[in-house]
Design a protein around this ligand. Structure first.
Ligand code: SAM
Length: 233
């Protein structure tokens, strides 16, 4: 789909900037509201209570809000699309979380934070968009404090007999719902294609181990179409 990694990164950036206005609504409709449950499980996996947590690719800050609900002391949300961050700011300012969440522009592949800064780190629906997965996990490892936990939520390659059903939904229904609600069919056709470039759940766990994480594992949800990968520095 892309000739060079840089081309993909730029396409991803422009695509997310375009779909910001419809982003939350499309997510909620095309997942039948289950995205909230997945974010709850992702936040819980890093045991955020009392921690300074980094939400990489925060988007409209839904995962950041969930971390605060689960007792995180402070959340920093980072994203490389300023249009997403503008919505995140607006939502945060209008909520009770205004003093507990802060946002920063930055790339997951070169995080603007010092080594050993965060007690926990999460990301939601980021991994398929990256042009250097091992590099991203090395960055996550670098900015975490020793003992800090990571949890990554994303679509994965569904295993077994339910694979055809899950893929039919993801390849055909999701682009239709997303395209119709957002008016941007190209963005939501990219979604299933982006999965092709992601390793399967075991492959991703191996990348995490190679980056230095221990206690690596994953949990599959929704007929194996959704994975939450966890690890510890
Ligand atoms: C599908 S959205 C997910 C947003 C949010 N985490 C959620 O759970 O709804 C993906 C986000 O990743 C961001 N993103 C993609 N690649 C990135 C990168 N290399 N560095 C930082 N943010 C990135 C996009 O701008 C977008 O906001």
């Amino acid at each position: 789909m892309f000739d060079a990694p840089g081309e993909k990164a730029e396409w991803v950036r422009r695509m997310f900037a375009r779909i910001v206005p419809a982003y939350d609504r499309v997510n909620s409709v095309m997942t039948f509201g289950m995205d909230r449950r997945w974010r709850r499980a992702t936040a819980a996996a890093v045991r955020p209570r009392g921690e300074l947590v980094l939400d990489v690719a925060t988007g409209t800050a839904e995962l950041a809000f969930e971390l605060i609900r689960q007792g995180a002391r402070y959340v920093v949300g980072v994203d490389f699309v300023t249009e997403m961050l503008a919505v995140a700011h607006e939502k945060t300012a209008a909520s009770a979380n205004a003093t507990a969440i802060q946002f920063a522009a930055g790339d997951a592949l070169s995080l603007p934070f010092a080594d050993n800064t965060f007690g926990a780190l999460v990301n939601g629906f980021l991994l398929r968009n990256l042009i250097d997965l091992p590099g991203a996990f090395r960055e996550f490892h670098r900015v975490l404090k020793p003992g800090g936990r990571v949890a990554c939520l994303d679509v994965t390659h569904p295993p077994g007999m339910l694979r055809p059903l899950s893929l039919a939904y993801f390849n055909h229904v999701v682009p239709l719902i997303g395209g119709t609600l957002s008016g941007d069919f190209a963005a939501y056709r990219y979604l299933p294609r982006s999965l092709n470039e992601l390793p399967d759940a075991d492959g991703l766990a191996q990348i995490m181990s190679d980056a230095g994480f221990s206690a690596v594992g994953y949990k599959l949800l929704n007929f194996g179409l959704i994975a939450i990968h966890v690890g510890q520095k």
